[in-house]
Design a protein around this ligand. Sequence first.
Ligand SMILES: Cc1cc2nc3c(=O)[nH]c(=O)nc-3n(C[C@H](O)[C@H](O)[C@H](O)COP(=O)(O)OP(=O)(O)OC[C@H]3O[C@@H](n4cnc5c(N)ncnc54)[C@H](O)[C@@H]3O)c2cc1C
Length: 410
Amino acid sequence: MQTTITEQSRELPISGDYDVVVAGGGIAGVAAALAAARAGASVCLLEKACALGGLATIGNIIVYLPLCDGLGHQVSGGICEELLKLSVSDITEPLPNLHIKPIPEAWQKGGNLEERRNVRYRANYNPITFSYKLERLLLKNKVKIFFDSRFCTVIKEQNRIVAVVIENQDGRTALRCQAVVDASGSADVCYQAGEKTVSLSSNVLCGWFYYVENGEVRLCTMTKSLDMNGRRNPAAGRNYRGDRSSEVNDFLLNSRKMMMDTMAQRSQENNSQIYPILAPQMPSFRMIRRLAGRHTLRESDDRRWFEDTLGMTGDWRLSGPVYCLPLSILAGVRNHNLITAGRCISSAGRAWDVTRVIPTCAVSGEAAGAAAAFLALDKLPSFQDLDCRSLQTYLRRRRVIIDRKRLQNI
Ligand SMILES: Cc1cc2nc3c(=O)[nH]c(=O)nc-3n(C[C@H](O)[C@H](O)[C@H](O)COP(=O)(O)OP(=O)(O)OC[C@H]3O[C@@H](n4cnc5c(N)ncnc54)[C@H](O)[C@@H]3O)c2cc1C
């Protein structure tokens, strides 16, 4: 049987020309687009779904994990902190059924180190209002948003991406660009542009969903690896990988079945009336595919300083660790004007578990977006030619924390 077919070559209309194109409108993509626009670049953001925020909004993951090291020191600032505050700007009190929590008092103005050691700098928000606020913020900063638009592939000249090909209601068109930020969550641009990538196949069924039980709205944070009491579930079933269409389909079908079965079981056990009101609108994979960069961040890089550090993050799971996010884990290797942000940057093992979460995606997003704007506006041949010191000075002025002293265990 014939296994391939030749696609006819065709001329593509050019639907835009931007300094920076950001592929993916999750937290990383929003932070990247915002940072690039504020640095003076013309920016276009592509999102295949119809709202901004990615897993953090349309995936119903509403926990903005900490910006601190767990020892009372803030280690992430800039857009990461701005988005945390924005996420709960409409929250006045905790709503336990919805897991909504404002920023702790200790982290408001006037909080002291002693109080901050006992509570981490984080908050839980409403995904629908947060998504809406993100789009208003990008519009205010003159980012051109293309919803319902899928990044398909790149057009290259030597080691540079000169255009990205997209598909939407206008058909297949090309966007010319000086720099590209891959914030797809699955390293789609890296993969298409011929970067070396690494995929994970350890995803377990999950999906956070809202439901009504006896007239009360609640959020269920469902993970099949845990049972209803939060213990490891021996019936967790197989693992999935998110870089294959068949696996994505199986994952979606089985996650939704799990959601419905769980509600039926709970309804029977509690003798209550339950029905779902908001399921995740994208697959809830934790890790899909990432860049294999010049450097790959690892757990052993805890408290290691890099001269090209563009942001910092704590560890949401533990008190103490602090990681620097250097340019060498963000920038493409084979494509001189490609940079990554969010959960597809070059980090591995337990470090990937640290860099994939919402605050850290915002930190890498801001770093990647600002770097992309610098590259485009200064017409640099490659991210290797960036003057990291001036970029660091610029980012510090924007309240990004790049501070060697924060690596000391005080
Ligand atoms: C079950 C679960 C629980 C979690 N719990 C937490 C938690 O409590 N706290 C926390 O901080 N983090 C948590 N995380 C992790 C966190 O939510 C995500 O890793 C983070 O939000 C990823 O942000 P991102 O912008 O890198 O990627 P994404 O959110 O995946 O955004 C990528 C965006 O790109 C779009 N896109 C993808 N491909 C294309 C394409 N080809 N063209 C156009 N658009 C495209 C997608 O639609 C999406 O909007 C959890 C994750 C899961 C799965």
